[in-house]
Design a protein. Structure first.
Length: 245
């Protein structure tokens, strides 16, 4: 049996998402790295319906004017869409929701497809306090990133997996064991963020690992995931390999 920090996250009902918007530059991607914007994006991402500026300000404990500035920055980056709603008299109210482009950018950044990966790991650490529910959400984000991560297919799934880990900056070394192999990680590229919220960052890494294994080969199974001190590294990933029929 695998020793892991987290169980497989249950499927969560999808919230309504806007299909519009695109993220066009590295600078736009990093709009999510700012802690206040990270928190506002997280609130909208987890909401079942669009939220007004006033409601976001209430939930975040901020003044609406300050919240509006951050929301506009995310909208220009293609990560949010602004709608309008009218309730009786007065001016229509802004209604904010995340775009599919914003969700995709979140996954891509978390999975290392962008130079801002360390900044986004820090964003997750700040945006999601520790706790079982948030850990599952972060692991799910990591899994999506792992599934969508570009990899160079080869004849040896072990070497392909090892190469993907090393492109993320883990300095992994593999060793064959009975029924599979283990990877020992020589460094943690997210160690700065892990000092702030180790649980969140380890959940992100676990999710990325699951997604990578699923995308590479149906015969690869995660058996073990042992997290260590991020400053000392040495995390262990145990992978089982199904024998061909």
């Amino acid at each position: 049996m695998a020793r892991e920090r987290a169980e497989v996250p249950a499927e969560k009902p999808s919230s309504p998402r806007c299909e519009t918007g695109s993220v066009e530059s590295d600078t736009d991607h990093l709009a999510l790295a700012q802690p206040t914007r990270a928190r506002l994006f997280a609130l909208l991402r987890d909401s079942a319906e669009p939220l007004s500026t006033a409601e976001l300000a209430r939930q975040a404990g901020m003044h609406p004017n300050g919240v509006r500035i951050h929301l506009e920055r995310l909208r220009r980056a293609g990560m949010l869409e602004r709608g309008r709603s009218s309730h009786g008299r007065g001016r229509p109210r802004d209604q904010w929701s995340v775009t599919t482009a914003g969700i995709a950018a979140e996954s891509a950044l978390a999975g290392g497809a962008d130079p801002g990966v360390a900044a986004v790991a820090a964003w997750l650490a700040r945006a999601y306090p520790s706790g079982e529910t948030n850990r599952r959400r972060i692991e799910s984000v990591g899994r999506e990133a792992g599934l969508s991560m570009p990899v160079t297919a080869g004849s040896d799934p072990k070497e392909t997996f090892l190469g993907a880990l090393n492109r993320l900056g883990f300095d992994a070394v593999a060793e064959d064991v009975a029924g599979g192999f283990t990877c020992t990680l020589g460094r943690c590229p997210y160690r700065e963020a892990a000092r702030e919220n180790r649980e969140a960052v380890c959940a992100l890494h676990l999710g990325i690992t699951r997604g990578l294994l699923e995308s590479l080969d149906a015969g690869l199974q995660l058996r073990e995931f042992v997290a260590k001190d991020p400053d000392r590294a040495g995390c262990l990933i145990g992978v089982g390999v199904d024998e061909p029929d």
